[in-house]
Design a protein around this ligand. Structure first.
Ligand code: ZN
Length: 282
């Protein structure tokens, strides 16, 4: 499955990665020993401050988590930790094939099993695609004052990497509906809204957002590491049929066709970036 998953990496992410290398003259990847030390320190903190989700403590949730891990394969091992918070959030630290995921309690309390698989898959996507080797926030902090162009490329890479991770989330939940309602809940805090209404809401709001970005005269909102949620939805919707075919092994996935979808999504992101740059100049 891992080879198939690599084909889900958003190719725009790889293109931006090369552009960053050209701009900076090198790729500032995290040192191997440093990455291991970060994971060890993080694990100590998690064992001290959070609660590990075991099959004994939360059998239903652990089963969903383990099913994602089993589906992805590749010998990855890691624990799931939960910490009290009313914010819907999750994060992951990794080194090689080891990782630890931290999830906020509100997510475990409120999300359905399918939505949780989307969240687990998203975090595992960051591990499989080795995003942890490229500490983008630290690099942005180093370059933003003297090289805004490099900082812009790094933000764009970060947003593209989230789209890659979302695809692994969808692979794990194997449906657009659960991926969409997970994003919808994260954005709105609302639950129990009919999935068709959620899909319709995202479709309309994506179009309105696209138009609004043409008029916006403030780039602050676009200096962000994550894409806006309607854009994440749009990127998932365009890729959904292929990812679900891959997930269900129905034979409808073609790498070549998928790259065309990548181009479509990259055009959307580039269009938004060019709006942002234009308003920056005005
Ligand atoms: Zn992410």
């Amino acid at each position: 499955m891992l080879k198939d998953i690599e084909s889900l990496r958003f190719s725009y992410e790889s293109r931006l990665f090369r552009a960053i290398g050209s701009r900076l003259g090198h790729i500032p990847l995290i040192d191997y020993a440093c990455s291991r030390q970060l994971l060890d320190t993080r694990r100590r903190d998690l064992l001290g401050d959070a609660v590990r989700v075991t099959p004994d403590l939360l059998p239903g949730i652990h089963k969903e988590y383990q099913s994602c891990l089993d589906m992805l394969g590749g010998g990855f091992t890691g624990d799931l930790f939960v910490q009290q918070s009313s914010f819907y959030n999750a994060s992951v630290f990794a080194h090689d094939k080891k990782f630890d995921i931290l999830i906020h309690s509100a997510l475990l309390n409120d999300f359905t099993p399918d939505e949780l698989r989307f969240v687990f898959g998203h975090e595992l996507g960051h591990v499989i695609f080795k995003h942890y080797l490229f500490p983008v926030r630290d690099i942005i902090a180093q370059v933003k004052n003297h090289d805004p162009e490099a900082a812009s490329l790094l933000f764009r890479w970060s947003r593209a990497s989230e789209i890659s991770a979302d695809r692994v989330g969808m692979l794990c939940c194997s449906q657009l509906g659960a991926a969409a309602t997970a994003l919808f809940r994260t954005s709105s805090g609302l639950s129990n809204i009919d999935v068709n209404k959620v899909l319709q809401s995202f479709r309309c709001q994506y179009l309105d957002l696209e138009n609004q970005l043409l008029f916006v005269n403030n780039t602050d909102a676009w200096v962000r590491t994550h894409p806006m949620i309607p854009i994440r939805f749009k990127a998932l919707e365009l890729a959904a049929l292929d990812i679900i075919a891959l997930s269900r092994k129905t034979g409808g996935f073609s790498t070549k066709g998928f790259r065309k979808i990548d181009e479509q999504i990259a055009l959307i992101l580039e269009k938004i970036d060019s709006c942002s740059n234009r308003s920056n100049m005005s």
